[in-house]
Design a protein around this ligand. Structure first.
Ligand SMILES: NC(=O)c1ccc[n+]([C@@H]2O[C@H](COP(=O)([O-])OP(=O)(O)OC[C@H]3O[C@@H](n4cnc5c(N)ncnc54)[C@H](OP(=O)(O)O)[C@@H]3O)[C@@H](O)[C@H]2O)c1
Length: 184
């Protein structure tokens, strides 16, 4: 039995709490070099990455991966990627998906989108890194369901018992701030 990984979430959001535009594309304003460097360093530390089926690939490096989809039963190898499995969380628990990767512990990077970030609020984050950019994406896909229209992105984190551990300026030029949330 492989050890459960440390689970870390990574998101960059607009002022309004959006991770993507309404049509599901990645907002160019959110491509902030300091955040990209932070994110890619995290991916390099990760033993695997987990995401929804539409979330952008994390670059050319082959990584172990769990992809969420409702199109399969339980967990099956990804026919298009020998490093990945497809997981339907309504039909099989997370621990079973993790065992299928056959990795002992390490860190699993949760990289979105919206429903995937939300699912792991209940499975449990060991850390959630929330990058706040001072750019506007007024409508679109929020980091968690219900965020936006006056509901701050931090609300679901607090509701699930996470507390702000640290906030630091990631990029003074764009005033991009990185918040680290974790269990009490
Ligand atoms: N700013 C950021 O930090 C950030 C982070 C992540 C993504 N993004 C951007 O956000 C956009 C995509 O986000 P998104 O939320 O639309 O897509 P997503 O989560 O990547 O993909 C959605 C798909 O994933 C599957 N899925 C998600 N949750 C599931 C669940 N609980 N159970 C089973 N399947 C599940 C479904 O696939 P099936 O249709 O196959 O069932 C669903 O259609 C992209 O532009 C991406 O680049 C930005």
């Amino acid at each position: 039995m492989n050890k459960r990984p440390r689970i870390e979430g990574y998101a960059i959001i607009s002022r309004e709490g959006m991770i993507a535009t309404s049509d599901g594309s990645y907002p160019e304003q959110l491509r902030i070099p300091a955040d990209q460097a932070f994110f890619h360093a995290a991916l390099d530390r990760a033993s695997a990455v987990i995401s929804g089926r539409h979330s952008a690939d994390d670059g050319p490096k082959p990584r172990r991966r769990i992809v969420l989809t409702r199109q399969v039963q339980r967990i099956v190898p990804d026919p298009g990627n020998p490093n990945a499995v497809l997981w339907n969380p309504a039909t099989a628990p997370f621990d079973e998906a993790w065992q299928k990767l056959n990795i002992d512990g390490g860190m699993l990077a949760v990289v979105g989108g919206t429903d995937v970030f939300a699912l792991f609020l209940t499975i449990g984050y060991d850390a959630f890194y929330l990058t706040r950019a001072l750019v506007s994406v007024p409508r679109g896909r929020p980091v968690f369901p219900g965020v936006g229209h006056g509901v701050p992105a931090e609300d679901p984190l607090k509701k699930h018992g996470l507390v702000l551990k640290e906030a630091r300026m990631l990029d003074p030029v764009t005033e991009t701030v990185l918040q680290e949330w974790g269990p009490q």
